[in-house]
Design a protein around this ligand. Structure first.
Ligand code: SAM
Length: 291
């Protein structure tokens, strides 16, 4: 039980695994409440498989922005690594807190936040095996990114590798919350599925290369159970929508990085593959600063 290991306080118990054994995929509206509930349940049920499948690629203490393998070690999107020392950093949708571990190794003070109890259990599992330098483990918080449980001005930086932002109905709420908890001038860097991907089938092979739907259709992708309850939700925003969310959240966009697929990366990750990666962008990384 997670409560037996409490460097970061107790977490809520995971949702039961009785929901939707065979969900059906559709496109329909899903509000923030339904989306958060679905995300929590889905990631609790699928965290083991996710970490099993992608843990080695992510590395226990690397900071990887997405399936292309863009590494913060080289990218420096948070600023120079030698300036991370002593800085308070919030990682949003941290999963097993791999990025936070990289930050801690550079002297930062990360807090890893995620809605999923089971994802955070994986963070504890890794920390139990190899604690971050100078600490007994990364500080972990189970919470929804749309309502951050921190005081105003608690952090110098915030980051997120595919965490939370693609899964919430109103991403501007996340932007505003992140801005609130950042100190003046704070930087916020987050990656999401590149919006253009939504016009293509989510397939790694040639079938994923032909447009199959409108890029402008913002109707969420929803997997739902027999009772019509969402068990997985992902939200599409166009590139322009994302920029407007950032600005409405009180940030300035200072860079938009579209990582190219590197030749060393031969692995597929869902619909991301070397084939598609050489032709269309798969990830968008937004580098923002408090306005
Ligand atoms: C694709 S995983 C990315 C995890 C990690 N950043 C990584 O790179 O492996 C998405 C993460 O976002 C979390 N998440 C989804 N919706 C969330 C929300 N509303 N608030 C906080 N975390 C959320 C999920 O639980 C999951 O751990």
């Amino acid at each position: 039980m997670v409560q037996e290991h409490e460097p970061n306080g107790a977490f809520e118990a995971p949702q039961s695994a009785d929901e939707a054994l065979e969900p059906t995929a559709t496109r329909r509206i899903a509000d923030d409440t339904e989306s958060s509930r679905a995300s929590r349940g889905w990631w609790d049920r699928n965290a083991d498989e996710y970490q099993e499948e992608h843990g080695a690629f992510l590395g226990d203490d690397r900071f990887i922005w997405g399936p292309e393998g863009l590494d913060e070690e080289e990218a420096g999107l948070l600023g120079p690594a030698d300036r991370l020392k002593g800085r308070d950093v919030l990682e949003v949708g941290a999963g097993a807190a791999q990025c936070s571990r990289w930050l801690a190794a550079r002297g930062a003070r990360p807090v890893a936040l995620d809605i999923s109890h089971r994802q955070l259990r994986h963070a504890q599992r890794i920390d139990t095996g190899a604690p971050a330098p100078g600490s007994s483990g990364i500080a972990l918080v189970q919470a929804d990114a749309t309502a951050l449980p921190f005081r105003d001005g608690s952090f110098d930086l915030a980051c997120s590798a595919y965490g939370a932002v693609p899964f919430v109905a109103e991403p501007v709420r996340v932007m505003r919350e992140v801005r609130r908890v950042l100190r003046p001038g704070g930087r916020w860097v987050f990656s999401v599925t590149h919006p253009v991907r939504w016009a293509f089938p989510d397939e790694p092979g040639p079938e994923g290369l032909s447009v199959s739907g409108s890029y402008f259709d913002r109707t969420p992708y929803v997997e739902q159970d027999d009772a019509g309850r969402a068990v997985y939700v992902e939200h599409h925003r166009t590139l322009g929508d994302r920029v407007r969310d950032v600005v409405a959240g009180g940030f300035r966009l200072i860079d938009l990085v579209e990582p190219e697929w590197p030749s060393w990366n031969r692995q597929e990750w869902g619909g991301w593959s070397p084939l598609r990666g050489g032709l269309i962008p798969g990830t968008a990384v937004f580098v923002c600063e408090q306005d």
